[in-house]
Design a protein around this ligand. Structure first.
Ligand SMILES: Nc1nc2c(ncn2[C@@H]2O[C@H](COP(=O)(O)OP(=O)(O)OP(=O)(O)O)[C@@H](O)[C@H]2O)c(=O)[nH]1
Ligand SMILES: [Zn+2]
Length: 329
């Protein structure tokens, strides 16, 4: 239910069996909303807690009667976005199994941008899937599909018309019971259309029963939108504004995975610290000379490495978002 799995169940201590697991459905400045099999509820937070420590998709343990928050469970995956503020990272979504990287069969298609999304997905610990929308608007989507497949080894690529009923079945392998998906991509590529297709009638039901009416600090009535939606068949889709566009920083592992054909060649270079730029005996340059590796691919690898170096704070501690950080509760 709700994406609960052994990974989370195993974290519950014997003393915690009376507590209720709840999933974070939306995060606001002063409060968070949870959801369980019985429906949505507001989660009570201890004084001085910071809602920025929570992400949509988090699993928490709460008192089943008061809905008081007790403890957040370790995350399986976490998607973060870089910000100018405080510690430079903002939580976008947690426990996302599959990230649909959405682009369309037109001018939006940009290998460089897709590579950034792929890096981010790997870094967060989620499985990327490229979703190519608007296949119905061109005669042959094959060249887009081929280009997308060339981006990373073993990368699933789905070509579809987001507005057709087939879109649901095309994406269903990643939306099974207990699975959580999220979508990223630029404006207008069809993310909302896909969320509607996936969450469809279920989203409306939740929206109807779920919109919590309450008083904000000034005593006004506010209604808030949920960011976690049920998919027919038991999966969940996270759709928060914060997750729709994300940036690259501190992503060395993701870059290595994305450019594995370059990473694999590096040990064959004469110099161990070869930059693959001008050194003699460079296996990467040799692969470019034979046409085995595309020169623009190496160029983008170099660019992303440099960008990552510039943007990653030196004192950032253990690398990667994948590492479950000790939380303060
Ligand atoms: N023909 C066709 N139209 C599509 C397809 N996917 C989306 N559209 C249309 O493209 C427009 C933009 O789609 P949205 O779903 O709003 O795009 P979005 O990614 O959510 O955009 P933002 O909300 O700005 O991030 C809408 O008019 C959709 O109906 C598709 O596969 N084929
Ligand atoms: Zn080299």
């Amino acid at each position: 239910m709700l994406g609960w799995s052994d990974f989370f169940a195993a974290q519950i201590e014997p003393s915690e069996t009376d507590l209720a697991p709840r999933r974070v459905a939306s995060v606001h400045r002063a409060r968070i909303e949870g959801i369980d099999a019985t429906g949505p509820m507001e989660l009570g937070l201890p004084p001085n807690s910071n809602t920025a420590d929570f992400a949509v998709g988090d699993w928490v343990l709460a008192d089943p009667f008061s809905d008081m928050f007790v403890r957040r469970l370790d995350r399986k995956t976490v998607l973060q976005r870089r910000t100018e503020g405080r510690n430079g990272q903002q939580l976008a979504a947690a426990n996302v199994d599959t990230l649909f990287i959405v682009t369309s069969c037109n001018a939006d298609f940009n290998p460089g941008r897709l590579e950034r999304y792929l890096i981010m997905a790997t870094q967060a610990g989620t499985n990327p899937v490229i979703v190519l929308t608007k296949a119905d608007t061109i005669a042959d989507a094959n060249s887009f599909e081929q280009q997308a497949m060339a981006l990373q080894r073993g990368l699933p690529v789905v070509v579809l018309n987001a507005r057709s009923a087939d879109a649901m079945s095309a994406l269903s392998p990643w939306c099974r019971a207990g699975q959580t998906v999220a979508l990223v991509g630029s404006s207008g590529v069809g993310k909302s259309t896909l969320v509607n297709t996936l969450a469809g009638p279920a989203a409306e039901t939740i929206q109807k029963t779920g919109s919590i009416r309450e008083h904000d600090a000034k005593g006004r009535h506010t209604t808030t939108a949920r960011s976690l939606h049920a998919i027919a068949g038991g999966g969940w889709v996270i759709d928060t504004p914060g997750i729709r566009t994300l940036y690259v920083s501190d992503v060395t592992d993701g870059i290595d995975t994305l450019f594995s054909e370059i990473t694999d060649l590096a040990p064959l270079c004469r110099f161990r610290d070869c930059t693959h730029a001008h050194e003699p005996g460079c296996a990467v340059q040799a692969a470019i000379a034979t046409g085995e590796l595309a020169a623009d691919r190496l160029e983008r690898w170099r660019h992303l490495l440099a960008e990552n170096r510039d943007r990653t704070p030196v004192s950032s501690g253990p690398r990667g978002n994948k590492i479950v950080r000790k939380n303060k509760y």
